[in-house]
Design a binder for this molecule. Sequence first.
Ligand code: HEC
Length: 146
Amino acid sequence: MKKTLLLATLASLLASQVFAADPVKARKEVFKQYKQTFGQMGKMTKGSTPFNKDDFAKLAAHLDALAQQPWQYFPVSTATGKTASETDAKPEIWSKADWKKAIDTHKAETAKLKQTAASGDLGAIKVQFAAVQKTCKACHDSFRKD
Ligand code: HEC
């Protein structure tokens, strides 16, 4: 038990060190999980995967947790583009107040989707899913290279 705990602590320490050394890699990792989670949700709203209320609610809760994470991995030290890993982030992230606004709007819509998902009302879920999708696109249009 103790050994497992120690190993887990070591592993997370190592992970945070890797992330500190390479924040670009860290944020991309989170965005990859975004894609996976959001993709599964999208399939359910479109009906290409059968809609399951409980599964969808779990995915929405996971997305809401993910929505808290990437932004800490955008330190100003990565603004030059000369980072250990290649980045598609635009330098405007560090010069425009809209960046913070884009994050806040995204987080608000994601939190709302989590709430709507708990209701299980597919019609309302579809509307709110689209609202979240809009915040992804809006931010990518302004702050991510094509
Ligand atoms: C507030 C801004 C913002 C929001 C909101 C946002 N993204 Fe991004 N996203 C970025 C930026 C900036 C990058 C580029 C990161 C880099 O290359 O350093 C990115 C990169 C990505 C990538 C590519 C990761 C890689 O491996 O290179 C995916 C996939 C992605 N986002 C998916 C999403 C999805 C899905 C959503 C919505 C559920 C979303 N993003 C919401 C800013 C945002």
